[in-house]
Design a protein around this ligand. Structure first.
Ligand SMILES: Cc1cc2nc3c(=O)[nH]c(=O)nc-3n(C[C@H](O)[C@H](O)[C@H](O)COP(=O)(O)OP(=O)(O)OC[C@H]3O[C@@H](n4cnc5c(N)ncnc54)[C@H](O)[C@@H]3O)c2cc1C
Length: 490
């Protein structure tokens, strides 16, 4: 069984280092689907654009997605109707349709080979109480002239209560798409990989971008690093939370279909196909709520075997940022700094939202009007957002208690434990060869205590999702500094 996503095996990624430039017009931080799409829309605009990534372009969250290119996103439209109104909901729908068209346009224009396929998509419920929600989603979509069919089954044996189907959605290979875009974009802009940005400081109307390989000055900064590494401006940690999902994939015999399906109930089931493979996401949870990660990996594999009578060939975990009011944050992050832009909290729909973000962010910089600017405004305040932020704070407090005060013994064993030296806590891990690896036990982002993820051998922040390898190097932000420590005895 491979412990990485199905996409990562197919695409060769190169590593090359070069000296950082001093000054530029626009710095884009982070080259996932969002950053690379933004770069694509800016590359012919007579501006000096620099894209920086702490690792290799495309190898962040976008390399572990299930890559459904879809506007049928659970029961999002009635959620937005409830939180805002039907007009807001329709505008979000339009943005998702436009994003799908943009991806199609880019693929056709640039002749990108990334296994794009048109397919049917389903949303379904496994519960009686979900039926009325599916019905409402159907009504809304039909009012917007979408052809919707009701169903009582999926095209594969998979028990559902009720569902709907639409026909005009897509799937693709995310890494082939991103790497092809990188090849196009790099002819016009500077790309730096393996460069970590750690701080931004205003200097007059410009920004000084501090990286682990020097400073750059830029007029605009676009932060597309999944989770912005600063707390102010934006207050993203308060306005969002993290959801994790466990994904398994395997070849199905005699399989010749392609469709996507996702349910609207609290226990997630997400299905798509890639060539002969079925890709199944399940066991989703809010990061703060269930921190015994190993159980989830195991349960997701057990579920996969039970449902599809196959051992998983690939198994992996991924996490995305969820906004408390169900809309992403895309645009200017505060009034004082109009040349600092962000795009985050895609609510596990970043293939479309990352794409539309690329268009919105580039339009903002080029001073073009964009009809979605207000919809995704990161400075918006609303009742649902505030209430859910308060609930989120309670969850953060709970996990802080579990990891700091109680020091939950579930995480610690002969190989992993916490030591206190001169009043400071360190995490210790002994690898299979008996070598000791010591890290700072606190995440540099907001000082949360880390939890050892025994399945992937990483130190994970149970609050905001930062992840570190056993030597303390950052795998995933928002942390922007390593937690590496050295002791003489090590
Ligand atoms: C299990 C799962 C399934 C999903 N399935 C779907 C789906 O079917 N359809 C869909 O639309 N969406 C899906 N999503 C959501 C989607 O995958 C994400 O929203 C999207 O990939 C996020 O893209 P991004 O560009 O914002 O982030 P990333 O792809 O993570 O890119 C950010 C980049 O920034 C870099 N970076 C980070 N910090 C720094 C720093 N300090 N300095 C320099 N560089 C930095 C990283 O190395 C990375 O390359 C899914 C999410 C999950 C968790």
């Amino acid at each position: 069984m491979e412990n990485h996503s199905i996409w990562e095996t197919k695409v060769k990624v190169e590593k090359k280092e070069k000296k950082l430039i001093d000054k530029t017009d626009i710095v884009i931080i982070g080259g996932g689907i969002t950053g690379i799409t933004t770069a694509y829309f800016l590359m012919n605009e007579n501006k000096k654009v620099t894209l920086i990534d702490k690792s290799t372009i495309g190898m962040g969250i976008s390399s572990k997605t299930t890559a459904k290119l879809n506007y049928l996103q659970g029961n999002i439209y009635q959620k937005l109707e409830k939180n805002f109104n039907l007009q807001t909901s329709k505008l979000y729908f339009d943005s998702q349709k436009e994003a799908i068209n943009l991806v199609n346009m880019i693929i056709t224009k640039e002749k990108i080979e990334c296994d794009l396929e048109k397919c049917d998509s389903y949303i379904f419920t496994k519960e009686e109480k979900g039926i009325s929600k599916i019905e409402r989603e159907k009504e809304i979509l039909e009012d917007w002239n979408i052809k919707v069919e009701t169903v009582n089954n999926l095209p594969i044996p998979f028990p559902i209560k009720y569902g709907i189907k639409v026909k005009d959605t897509y799937t693709f290979h995310p890494l082939k798409y991103i790497v092809s875009l990188k090849e196009i974009v790099k002819k016009k802009i500077d790309i730096y990989e393996n460069v970590m940005v750690s701080e931004l400081t205003p200097k007059g109307k410009n920004w000084i971008i501090k990286t682990d390989q020097g400073m750059i000055e830029s007029k605009y900064v676009i932060v597309t690093c999944h989770y912005p590494f600063f707390i102010i401006p934006g207050w993203i940690p308060i306005k969002t939370y993290i959801k994790r999902e466990y994904v398994n994939a395997s070849k199905l015999n005699d399989h010749k279909k392609n469709f996507t399906a996702i349910n609207i109930d609290s226990n997630l089931h997400s299905i798509r196909f890639y060539k002969d493979y079925i890709i199944y996401g399940s066991n989703q949870h809010r990061l703060t709520n269930k921190i015994e990660y190993q159980d989830h990996y195991q349960q997701s594999q057990i579920d996969f075997k039970r449902l599809f009578s196959k051992e998983p060939e690939y198994t992996w975990m991924n996490q995305d940022i969820m906004s408390n009011d169900h809309l992403p944050f895309i645009g200017k992050v505060d009034k004082k700094h109009p040349n600092l832009l962000i795009a985050t909290a895609f609510n596990a729909w970043g293939m479309t939202n990352g794409t539309i973000a690329g268009k919105i962010l580039s339009d903002l910089i080029l001073k073009k009007e964009n009809q979605y600017e207000k919809l995704f405004n990161p400075m918006r305040i609303n009742k649902t957002g505030i209430i859910n932020s308060l609930v989120g704070t309670l969850y953060y407090s709970k996990v802080y208690f579990q990891t700091t005060v109680k020091k939950n013994p579930v995480f610690y064993n002969d190989h992993v434990y916490i030591i206190k030296i001169n009043g400071k806590y360190y995490g210790v891990y002994y690898d299979n060869y008996g070598k000791k690896h010591i890290v700072d036990h606190k995440c540099p982002h907001m000082k949360c205590n880390l939890v050892f993820n025994n399945e992937e051998k990483t130190w994970d922040c149970p609050c905001h999702g930062s992840r570190f390898d056993i030597d303390g190097n950052v795998i995933e932000g928002p942390a922007n500094y390593s937690i590496h420590v050295t002791f003489e005895e090590n």
